[in-house]
Write a protein that binds this ligand. Structure first.
Ligand code: HEM
Length: 536
């Protein structure tokens, strides 16, 4: 078996799992007692003026919304994370398209669910508008992704965005066809082994995650020690980050540094950095071999593109830029952290929705067969990038999946300048706003019968009259997802390879599995699938 973790449910960062075994919780009780006392003292002396200042009157104070508690604001509503999305849906029904909640220290957070309000924030090119709030971004990612693209701001962000953008053009994707083909073939092979063994339903997200991780790293990492270390560390890192972001005490830097979890957190970051450094070294080595091979005009394995200008991968673009080694390390971690699981989860959700809707699965398979049976677009089972681009029905299924399951279910901004939301409201500078695709995509005004899986919502003629900011799985504007096109191509390539070889069905229903806000939208457990080989 090609994947590194036998029990794929392990792969799901489940916050209900008791992680006490994973991390050192020694002396936690003493820590909490000391922390609570210290917190009370700090609050009464230092923080009171800040709290009162935040309570200065503005129209935001009169917005409807759930009541916060002193200091912890609205965090207590999310004690039981399995209820998060129900609570958010209830708030939206109760308070309407714009309402106010509170973060830590009762900092107001304005929830925007109206597409034109969201447009006012996201559509501007003003650098002051793309700033993200320190919380939750810093507490979730700060020590790992530092000033990487996901969190940085201003001119620094702009210059790195420009460098990385060069690696995300259609032209540079051409080189990825080879990786898509290599790793999707391994995936199909592993799935055959898994489902040939018995007639039981199986969880397959471990295998899909593995495929996506290898594509984004550009290397076979799953079977070896480095892959295991990176994956396990990322898994634990996510659990700890989520715990921290929901725990008011741990949001204080001082307490966080004293807490045993933070030592474990630093250890995990060091492990991931070590793996990333090795990946960079291997890339440099592979590049050297590749250049040598072109000079000698002889092919080394499959990795040498004879006579052609080599396509530059994301890694190549970064290595060729004027970024320092430390900056490159951070950006590569950013791309892996932002890109691999979001994409594999999308494939997981897409297969689940196609299993629930076999009539759509059949249409996809007809389209996929047409491409695989065409020797121009698919030679020896190897898809070209154009062939992946050609699968338009599958693409609509991918868009519809991201409407129903937007893996980045919420993102935030803290504009440094005032923003006119509408004729009546100007958002004061430094106000935190939360934008939630999962709430916006459920609005029947934009998506009639939002619970239904209807890929044709994304036919061009059906999109034409929809508000352009009503669909936000990748955010929008100058700070949208840099990997958007890559993610769609990769999701399609993985899903196509599975649907080409298997009929996919599931024993689960949509409400059987609770969704958790575990940084990304994560099913509490994997869906269970039956994969039956197709007669080709
Ligand atoms: C289906 C898969 C994906 C989804 C749904 C997704 C969604 C998003 C969203 C909503 C954001 C904005 C986050 C925010 O504003 O806080 C974002 C940012 C980002 N994504 Fe993706 N993403 C996906 C795949 C990828 C891939 C494959 C890569 C890289 C190869 C990637 C790299 C990034 C980076 C670097 C950022 C930060 C961009 C910036 O701030 O300038 N993402 N993504």
């Amino acid at each position: 078996m090609h994947y590194f973790l036998k029990n794929s449910s392990y792969l799901v960062p489940n916050l209900f799992v008791n992680t006490e075994n994973d991390v050192a919780f020694n002396s936690e009780f003493k820590f909490w007692a000391a922390a609570v006392i210290a917190l009370i003292l700090v609050c009464f002396t230092k923080l009171q003026p800040k709290i009162f200042k935040l309570k200065s009157k503005s129209w935001i104070d009169s917005l409807p919304g759930p009541k916060g508690l002193p200091i912890i604001g609205g965090l207590h509503y999310f004690r039981d994370l399995s209820k998060t999305f129900k609570i958010l849906h209830d708030w939206t029904s109760l308070y309407g398209p714009i309402y106010r909640s509170e973060g830590i220290f009762n900092e107001p957070i304005v929830f925007l669910n109206d597409a034109s309000h969201v447009q006012a924030i996201l559509s501007s090119n003003h650098l002051g508008l793309v700033t993200k709030p320190v919380r939750p971004y810093d507490s979730l990612f700060g020590q790992f992704l530092k000033n990487g693209l996901l969190i940085s701001k201003g001119k620094y962000w702009k210059s790195h965005r420009r460098t990385l953008s060069r690696a995300f053009t259609y032209q540079s994707f051409q080189g990825y066809a080879k990786l898509f083909n290599k790793f999707t073939k391994l995936l199909v092979h592993d799935l055959e082994k898994l489902f040939d063994a018995d007639d039981e339903p199986h969880q397959i997200s471990g295998l899909i995650h593995c495929c996506s991780l290898q594509i984004i790293c550009g290397l076979e990492v799953c079977g070896n020690e480095e892959g295991i270390i990176f994956y396990e560390s990322l898994h634990k890192y996510k659990i700890i980050s989520s715990k921290r972001s929901m725990n008011p005490l741990l949001l204080f830097d001082l307490f966080w540094r004293l807490h045993p979890l933070s030592r474990e957190y630093n250890r995990l970051i060091n492990s991931m950095n070590n793996v990333t450094r090795k990946i960079i070294e291997k890339h440099k080595e592979a590049k050297k071999n590749d250049a040598q091979c072109r000079n000698n005009n002889e092919a080394i394995g499959n990795d040498c593109i004879m006579g052609k200008k080599p396509c530059r991968s994301m890694m190549d673009e970064m290595l060729a830029s004027d970024m320092t080694p430390e900056e490159i390390l951070i950006e590569i971690n950013t791309v892996i952290a932002a890109g691999f699981e979001s994409t594999s989860l999308t494939v997981h959700y897409m297969l689940f929705l196609l299993a629930l809707n076999p009539e759509h699965q059949r249409v996809c398979q007809e389209e996929i067969d047409g491409v695989f049976n065409d020797p121009v677009r698919c030679e020896n089972g190897n898809l070209t990038m154009d062939a992946v681009g050609d699968m338009k029905y599958l693409e609509r299924c991918c868009y519809e999946t991201l409407r129903i399951f937007p893996v980045i279910f919420m993102f935030q901004r803290k504009p440094e300048v005032a923003v006119k939301l509408d004729e009546e409201r100007v958002l004061p500078p430094n106000t935190t706003v939360a934008i939630s695709p999962i709430l916006m995509h459920n609005n029947p005004e934009h998506y009639p019968e939002p619970d239904k899986f209807q890929p044709d919502r994304f036919l061009p003629e059906n999109c034409r009259n929809r508000h352009p900011y009503a669909y936000l799985p990748f955010s929008a504007g100058i700070r949208n997802c840099i990997g958007m096109k890559f993610a769609i191509m990769e999701s399609k390539a993985i899903a196509a390879s599975i649907l080409r070889h298997f009929e996919v069905s599931t024993v689960d229903k949509i409400d059987d599995v609770i969704l958790l806000p575990s940084i990304v939208l994560t099913p509490q457990r994997d869906y269970k699938f039956h994969l039956k080989r197709r007669q080709l």
